[in-house]
Design a protein around this ligand. Structure first.
Ligand SMILES: [Zn+2]
Ligand SMILES: [Zn+2]
Length: 475
């Protein structure tokens, strides 16, 4: 009797897994068939090229796509008009896929292999049009799998605005919107296919504003106090400070207001600063010293100063349990082969990067798996990664050798090369989400690793404090 039962159980499990496997393949096939549709969505967002917190059309298009596919939409979350959550299913596990869609100022570029502005103010130099679209595609495919298998669980798409400097996700984390999520997935456009353990620097950014007194710069300079002097004195102190901070730290600034005419003593000047390091306690310390430098600069130049926190993100907490699964899935999907036309485009881009021709092998292969990574950028995914186990990867949406935030990245992202990389990402995300829905143990193991790495006494304190989203930081 008992034997029969066990036999039956084994039989039904194997039949179920055969079905599930078949349907998983079907889901990926169906996703592939929609690559032209998703390509169109991505290219629309590429053309919108909306900057942080101004992504009305981009966010709207992704919302509509998810709504049409049967997701329930909650928009304007965390006090951000362009942030939203799309959800399908019920109960646990809750798997989240994040998507970004903001562009970068001053990086407008046509989809051609030489530097040529498209006339717009901004450009998708970080490929977030592909990021948001691939994640949307993956959420929809995962939903189709849940449906086909009548599986329990919730798939959620998090529409996360203003990654570039606006720290959009931080406000969503602060609001508790990720608290009931089991695992969060993300990816990023790049110049190679890689799912090794990620790394990112914690950062804090702020705009320092100096106020002086206007006067005729030649006729009555003694009556004036230059706000620009305040900015310059601060910059000088910060540049000296560089020698006395941990060498892996990064500090950068731009003067966003410095007066209008040399013959008028500027009564207002502004400098926009970033401090970064792979440990947030170091960033906090450097930032506090930057504020002291600003105060000293104001004192010495007879001006006054205030500052506005703009962004702040945690470093990235990698999860190796999940990373290995992601790597295996990315390896199964594989990289891309260029068509003759794509190769001609890629060769030209490669030349502009000082290479003889495009590195086809890097576009085609997946990088070997590594458990250690160094990075010099920052991402607001960091804050999510300290809230729930999080895993990401990159695909070669750009010609190998291309740097993020370059015209070459905008150009490739506007072509079929970008779309191909996007579909590789959509498939890898879908397969990983399905793995998580199928394997409760995997989620438990990832959670155990997460809790151990984060530390028992961890308390989430956002680096940007209690400020509201800087909705106008790009205006
Ligand atoms: Zn970027
Ligand atoms: Zn980015």
């Amino acid at each position: 009797m008992r034997k029969t039962l066990i036999l039956l159980a084994v039989l039904s499990t194997s039949i179920f897994s055969m079905n599930a496997q078949k349907s998983e393949k079907d889901i990926i096939k169906k996703l592939d068939q929609k690559s032209a549709d998703y390509g169109n969505i991505a290219q629309n967002i590429w053309e919108f090229a909306e900057m942080g917190y101004q992504e009305e059309q981009s966010s709207g298009l992704l919302q509509k796509t998810l709504q049409d596919a049967g997701f329930t939409i909650k928009k304007g979350v965390a006090g951000i008009p362009t942030a939203f959550i799309a959800e399908y299913g019920s109960g646990s596990p809750v798997i989240a896929i994040m998507g970004e869609y903001d562009a970068l100022p001053g990086l407008s570029q046509k989809a051609v292999a030489e530097k040529e502005s498209a006339g717009a103010a901004a450009g998708h130099a970080c490929g977030h049009h592909l990021f948001g679209t691939a994640s949307t595609a993956a959420a929809i495919s995962t939903k189709e799998w849940l449906e086909a298998n009548k599986s329990k669980g919730t798939i959620r798409f998090y529409g996360t605005p203003a990654e570039e400097g606006g720290s959009g996700k931080v406000f969503m984390v602060r609001e508790g919107l990720f608290n009931d999520v089991d695992i969060a997935l993300h990816w990023h456009p790049g110049a190679q296919n890689a799912a090794s353990a990620g790394a990112a620097l914690a950062n804090k950014s702020a705009k320092f504003r100096f106020y002086g007194v206007s006067a005729h710069a030649a006729a009555s300079p003694e009556k004036g106090r230059s706000a620009l002097d305040g900015v310059e004195a601060m910059n000088m102190m910060i540049n000296m400070m560089r020698e006395h901070i941990p060498q892996e730290a990064r500090i950068h600034y731009v003067i966003t207001a410095g007066g209008k005419a040399p013959n008028v003593v500027p009564d207002f000047a502004e400098v926009y600063y970033y401090a970064r390091h792979n440990r947030r306690d170091v960033v906090i310390d450097i930032f506090d010293r930057m504020v002291k430098a600003a105060e000293g600069a104001a004192l010495g130049t007879g001006t006054t100063m205030d500052y506005e926190m703009i962004g702040g993100t945690h470093e990235l907490l990698p999860n190796l349990t999940l990373q290995k699964v992601m790597h295996d899935n990315l390896s199964e999907v594989g990289g891309m082969e260029y068509t003759a036309e794509e190769k001609a485009f890629a060769d030209k881009i490669a030349k502009s990067l000082g290479q003889e021709k495009a590195d086809l092998a890097t576009a085609k292969n997946v990088q070997p798996y590594k458990t250690e990574a160094r990075a010099f950028g920052s991402t607001d995914v960091g804050d999510v990664s300290f809230t729930v186990p999080t895993v990401g990867f990159s695909t070669a949406t750009w010609v190998p050798g291309t740097a993020a935030h370059s015209w070459q990245a905008v150009a490739a992202g506007g072509t079929s090369i970008g779309n191909k990389g996007m579909m590789i990402a959509a498939k890898t995300l879908t397969m990983t989400a399905i793995d998580l829905f199928k394997d409760k143990k995997l989620i438990e193991t990832a959670k155990a690793e997460f809790i151990e790495k984060r530390g028992a006494d961890f308390k989430y304190i956002p680096l940007l404090g209690d400020r509201a989203p800087a909705l106008d930081y790009r205006k």
